[in-house]
Design a protein. Structure first.
Length: 230
């Protein structure tokens, strides 16, 4: 089974977590695009969506789903999104699609986070995938030095020969060479560095459930009681 087919499997499986009559939180990325395609089959049963990126908003509107501003919604029953890495406790690395700040905002607004991914994303320790960090440009060099002191190598993400600009108008550092054995402590520390907008470790907003696409079907990991965020 191809990776694309695995993404389709979990995108379809995530429909069971969508609460009819409510507004659903929708993430960003290639796996989420499969979920959006599946969501089209029940678009008349949801009130609408809150989206974590301009790209997802455009896809949702294209299939006829109303997209609400996050400020106009008190709480979401569920947020469906992918991950670049996830551990058995539901801690994740996210931000490969450059939408990590908005993803974390929507995750914090949701009662339940359902992660959809293929089985290659499940890891014992986070960090093999470079950690994305959205930063205010004037702080880039100093933040890179702080990661170097941790043993990490930070590089500005580029697009078309220039630093990539996020939907929020900021830049992203991708930090390689880290092993994140304590995701909660790591997230808390980096979030306090001046100039950091968001670090792409989701430990305080971890997954409640992970749907993993495997060659034998969808495997469900219940992360709710595993190392719950403080």
């Amino acid at each position: 089974m191809t990776q694309d087919e695995l993404k389709g499997l979990v995108g379809q499986a995530a429909l069971q977590y969508v609460v009819p009559g409510e507004i659903v939180g929708v993430g960003t990325g290639s796996t989420v695009n499969k979920f959006i395609e599946a969501l089209a089959t029940m678009k008349d049963r949801v009130r609408g969506a809150v989206s974590s990126s301009v790209a997802s908003t455009e896809r949702l509107r294209a299939i006829g789903i109303r997209v609400f501003d996050a400020n106009d919604v008190d709480e979401l029953a569920v947020y469906i999104d992918g991950a670049d890495e996830i551990d058995a406790q539901g801690h994740m690395i996210k931000g490969g699609g450059a939408a990590l700040t908005r993803e974390k905002i929507v995750a914090a607004q949701s009662r339940r986070f359902v992660c959809i991914a293929d089985e290659s994303k499940l890891v014992k320790v986070l960090g093999a995938f470079p950690v994305p960090v959205e930063v205010i440009p004037m702080a880039t060099a100093r933040i890179a030095r702080q990661f170097a002191a941790m043993g990490g190598k930070a590089q500005v993400r580029m697009k078309d020969g220039a630093p990539l600009v996020t939907d929020n108008g900021q830049h992203i550092l991708d930090v390689s060479g880290l092993q994140i054995a304590q995701p909660l402590a790591f997230e808390s520390e980096v979030n306090q560095w001046p100039g950091v907008v968001t670090v792409g470790v989701f430990a305080h907003q971890k997954a409640s459930v992970c749907l993993l696409g495997t060659a034998s079907g969808v495997r469900t990991l219940d992360c709710q009681g595993a190392g719950a965020a403080a």
